[in-house]
Design a protein around this ligand. Structure first.
Ligand code: NDP
Length: 244
């Protein structure tokens, strides 16, 4: 499928994307850089697309995130747009789900978003400007058998974005959730073919999405044009989660 043309955002902002070395996060970083922003990505392995600053950080470790933000601030300036995208799965039926499978997923997906936003928000309040985008999942809205840990962590991001909106919405800061459906990445390629076919049947669009289809939405929701949208959940799921 052909890509759509990129719209240049009139103002160049400093952007930080967690989990930006591959998959959806990497594509978001590329899209933001193409829009004219100064972009940094974090991940545990520290890789990045061309023209984007790579900083190693583990979102489960507040000290490593703090150091990563400091590096980005020194190199690019205070972070104005933050995309909390880093996430993991550890699927299992609830009756077999271990403490570690539950807590590691919640600590990365929800705890990681909390730590990332908490570190970013002081400068945003000071600047009276900020865009916070939390990458959730249709799984968090609908629930998925075998994903009690993942779905819980992703559903909680809605409460996080809405609480942030109520706390700092008067300071020029928005916080929104983008909820992708089935996007082709390492995470979904790892699913068995039979399961992929079953998912396809349930998607009204009858196809999986490419990462750029999420990245374009993240770019727009974090643009100046979207200043009056906050606490929203924006699905990018081909209709899979309608009504949730
Ligand atoms: P990938 O597995 O391709 O990438 C995950 C990213 O998160 C990597 O950059 C990884 O980097 C990073 N990451 C994982 N754990 C940590 C950690 N503790 N600290 C820092 N970075 C970490 O996933 P996707 O691109 O598919 O998913 C991106 C986001 O989109 C996730 O939040 C996922 O839940 C969500 N999503 C994905 C969907 C899909 O269909 N693919 C559907 C709905 C939501 P590294 O391992 O180097 O640290």
């Amino acid at each position: 499928m052909a890509d759509t043309p990129s719209t240049q955002d009139p103002s160049s902002r400093v952007v930080l994307v967690t989990g930006g070395n591959r998959g959806i996060g990497r594509t978001i970083a590329e899209e933001m850089a193409a829009a004219g922003h100064r972009v940094a990505v974090t991940s545990r392995s520290g890789d990045a697309p061309d023209g984007v600053l790579a900083v190693a950080a583990d979102v489960t470790d507040a000290a490593s995130l703090d150091a990563a933000f400091a590096t980005v601030e020194d190199a690019l300036g205070p972070v104005e747009i933050v995309v909390a995208n880093a996430g993991i799965t550890a699927d299992n039926l609830l009756m077999r789900m271990s403490e570690d499978e539950f807590t590691s997923v919640v600590d990365t997906n929800l705890g990681g978003a909390y730590r990332t936003v908490r570190r970013a928000i002081t400068n945003m309040v000071r600047a009276k400007y900020g865009r916070i985008v939390l990458v959730s999942s249709v799984s968090g809205l609908m629930g998925v058998a075998g994903q009690a840990n993942y779905s819980s962590s992703k559903a909680a991001l809605v409460g996080l974005a809405r609480s942030i909106t109520r706390e700092v919405g008067s300071r020029g800061i928005t916080a929104n959730v983008v909820a992708p459906g089935f996007i082709r990445t390492d995470m979904t390629d790892a699913l068995p073919e039979k399961q992929q076919k079953e998912y396809l049947q349930t998607i009204p669009a009858k196809r999986f999405a490419e990462a750029w289809e999420v990245a374009k939405v993240v770019r727009w929701i974090s643009s100046d044009e979207a200043a009056y949208i906050s606490g929203a959940v924006i699905p990018v799921d081909g209709g899979l989660g309608m009504g949730h």
